[in-house]
Design a protein around this ligand. Structure first.
Ligand SMILES: C[S@@+](CC[C@H](N)C(=O)[O-])C[C@H]1O[C@@H](n2cnc3c(N)ncnc32)[C@H](O)[C@@H]1O
Length: 203
């Protein structure tokens, strides 16, 4: 068992951006890269404001800020070390364009957004044996697990997300393909491997 290469190196490339991993957040995944690129390719409201909730390294919001001109992004994350990590990854971005918020899901979110981008912890604790040992041993469990079926945070997010969206806005949430039938609403999309991986919830 060995420390993952990305932690040894200290960074991971995410859509061509060097994401620092010195505080050991979740290593950004290609499936996430795929839907973030999908989002970047859509038409957006001018000067749009988005929330990257469950930010971890901040890879999602940083990619938005670097690819969508005049966009504003707020980052929401519960873990203090990862809040520091987001700050590091935003160090070359104008501070007028982002805000970093310590929050338990929506607890400290007090604004509405045009878009909410979310990669919540969604691995089912009951499937822990199927997760690779490098992941279990080295990646933060707070970033992976959420209840026995992995649905605790997802359910809370879906129940509340529309309260934080502007009219005409939408949220994108990543999930495990096995969870698709438990997610009651939204437009489902596949990832680059042909698996259902993200849902778009419109207001
Ligand atoms: C799956 S990781 C996603 C990280 C990053 N957005 C990415 O896509 O690589 C989930 C993140 O949510 C954070 N998190 C876990 N529970 C949370 C909660 N209740 N409220 C806010 N953030 C939470 C974890 O610390 C972790 O950084």
């Amino acid at each position: 068992m060995e420390l993952p290469e990305e932690y040894k190196r200290g960074f991971k490339d995410f859509l061509g951006i060097k994401i620092d991993l010195s505080k050991r957040p979740l290593i950004p995944r290609p499936e996430t890269e795929y839907w973030v690129q999908w989002f970047i390719n859509q038409d957006h409201k001018e000067k749009m404001k988005c929330l990257d909730l469950f930010s971890g390294s901040g890879c999602v919001g940083v990619a938005v800020l670097k690819n969508i001109q005049d966009s504003i992004c707020h980052f929401g994350e519960i873990d203090d070390a990862f809040l520091e990590q987001i700050k590091i990854n935003c160090s070359d971005i104008n501070s007028n364009r982002y805000r970093i918020i310590k929050t338990d899901i929506f607890s400290n979110i007090d604004e509405k957004y045009d878009y909410i981008l979310a990669n919540p912890p969604y691995v089912a604790k009951s499937r822990i044996d199927e997760v690779g040992s490098d992941v279990i041993n080295y990646e933060p469990h707070i970033a992976l697990f959420s209840g026995n079926d992995g649905m605790d945070i997802i359910n809370n997010f879906i129940d509340n997300v529309k309260d934080y969206l502007n009219e005409g806005g939408y949220a994108i949430m990543e999930f495990d393909p096995q969870q698709k039938d438990k997610i009651k609403e939204g437009e489902f999309h596949k990832d680059q491997f042909g698996e259902y991986r993200f849902v778009v919830i419109k207001k």
